[in-house]
Design a protein around this ligand. Structure first.
Ligand SMILES: CC(C)(COP(=O)(O)OP(=O)(O)OC[C@H]1O[C@@H](n2cnc3c(N)ncnc32)[C@H](O)[C@@H]1OP(=O)(O)O)[C@@H](O)C(=O)NCCC(=O)NCCS
Length: 186
């Protein structure tokens, strides 16, 4: 694997670029304060923009690291910051990483995350040399299941009752998925 870090990527409708500290206001307003977006996630909505600011300071610092793969998603047409996508836990020996993503509710259902994730997969497999990208989602999170399915991540198993939703305490199953380099090229 040849680390290249968070390079700017472009798709038909999107720019994927490094996080900057100045993104806090838009990220907070567009999704980080929204309980519907965080419903199935491992973090709670930010109650105060100060939380977002602190987080983005850390993200902007991390962005300088060669093994960090973490993009802010910007809509080309309007310049709006609409979401986040990352490949976490990049493991040099295993050549694996795990995807995470979220998008502001106003932009759901228009194919944006599928478009962003396909480009991230292309970059990770073709330019960086990852062998496998993992994904996991709550079984009830049908939108995320569909994004992973459209991007070629195959379901590999279910961890029953593995996660409690942070806001409601409901226990849900977690579906584990993955895609290998040769499958992406097929
Ligand atoms: C999951 C998420 C990233 C999807 O982003 P998106 O840009 O709306 O995704 P896309 O438009 O590329 O694809 C969504 C697909 O799921 C389908 N879908 C969405 N909600 C659905 C539902 N409740 N039931 C069935 N299908 C659903 C859409 O129809 C679409 O499939 P299609 O193209 O075959 O019609 C976005 O909803 C989100 O940010 N959710 C909150 C955060 C989150 O759950 N992150 C993932 C954690 S694992």
């Amino acid at each position: 694997m040849q680390h290249k870090g968070t390079r700017t990527l472009e798709t038909r409708r999107l720019i994927l670029r490094r996080w900057q500290t100045g993104d806090a206001e838009a990220a907070f307003q567009n999704w980080m304060n929204d309980p519907e977006v965080t419903k199935y996630l491992t973090w709670k909505p930010h109650g105060d923009i100060a939380v977002t600011r602190l987080l983005l300071e850390a993200w902007a610092e991390e962005a300088e690291e060669e093994n960090c793969y973490h993009w802010a998603i910007v809509l080309k047409e309007t310049g709006e910051l609409i979401g986040d996508i990352s490949v976490m836990h990049a493991n040099d020996y295993q050549e694996t990483g795990s995807v995470g993503y979220c998008l502001g509710k106003r932009w759901w259902g228009r194919g944006y995350m599928t478009e962003a994730f396909r480009e991230v997969l292309r970059y990770c497999f073709e330019e960086v040399g990852f062998y496998r990208i993992n994904g996991s989602h709550a079984a009830v999170n049908l939108g995320s299941a569909r994004v992973m399915e459209k991007c070629g991540l195959v379901p590999e198993g279910v961890r029953r009752g593995a996660f409690r939703l942070l806001l409601t305490g409901e226990r849900v199953d977690i579906v584990e998925r993955g895609i290998l380099r040769e499958e992406f090229h097929r």
